[in-house]
Design a protein around this ligand. Structure first.
Ligand code: DQA
Length: 145
């Protein structure tokens, strides 16, 4: 079965109770289910990886060579996650960067992502819906095998 990587960086495992006024009330488990719903019709299975440390996220990207594509919310690693950026540069499949919040409406240090120039697309500010939309974008981008 084809697998879709859903990669979430630091502090995203506590969604639902993490500053809900900014990040919403949906949990990461809700998001995994929602992405699964989007892609099940294509027969894709979601492989969800959430880690607090950059090294573990890098390893997850290395191990994901066989996946059909990826949805990546790097959390604060958007700001200076150069190692994660290099790993994603070598990732051979399309991937979409997602941020729940509108990072451009927030503090200046969130206004630039070192990963975004490599992404096939970027979705910000739409909350958990952004992950569903990223899944739909990947369905459109990945040719049917
Ligand atoms: C975030 C935005 C980042 O700036 C922040 O560090 C996060 C969450 C988002 O989804 O809005 O951890 O990636």
């Amino acid at each position: 079965m084809s697998e879709l990587l859903l990669l979430n960086g630091p502090n995203l495992g506590i969604l639902g109770r993490r500053q809900p006024e900014i990040y919403g009330t949906e949990t990461l488990a809700d998001i995994v289910d929602a992405v699964g719903e989007e892609v099940e019709g294509r027969g894709w299975k979601v492989v969800s990886v959430q880690r607090e440390s950059e090294g573990e996220l890098i390893s997850a990207v290395h191990e994901a060579d066989g996946t059909v594509g990826a949805i990546v919310n790097p959390g604060a690693l958007m700001i200076a996650g150069w190692g994660l950026r290099d790993a994603l540069a070598a990732y051979p499949r399309p991937w979409i960067e997602v941020h729940l919040s509108n990072v451009w409406a927030r503090e200046a240090f969130r206004h630039e992502s070192v990963l975004a120039p490599l992404a096939d697309g970027v979705i910000v500010g739409l909350g958990a819906l952004g992950y569903r939309l990223a899944a739909r974008a990947l369905l459109a981008k990945v040719p049917r095998s």
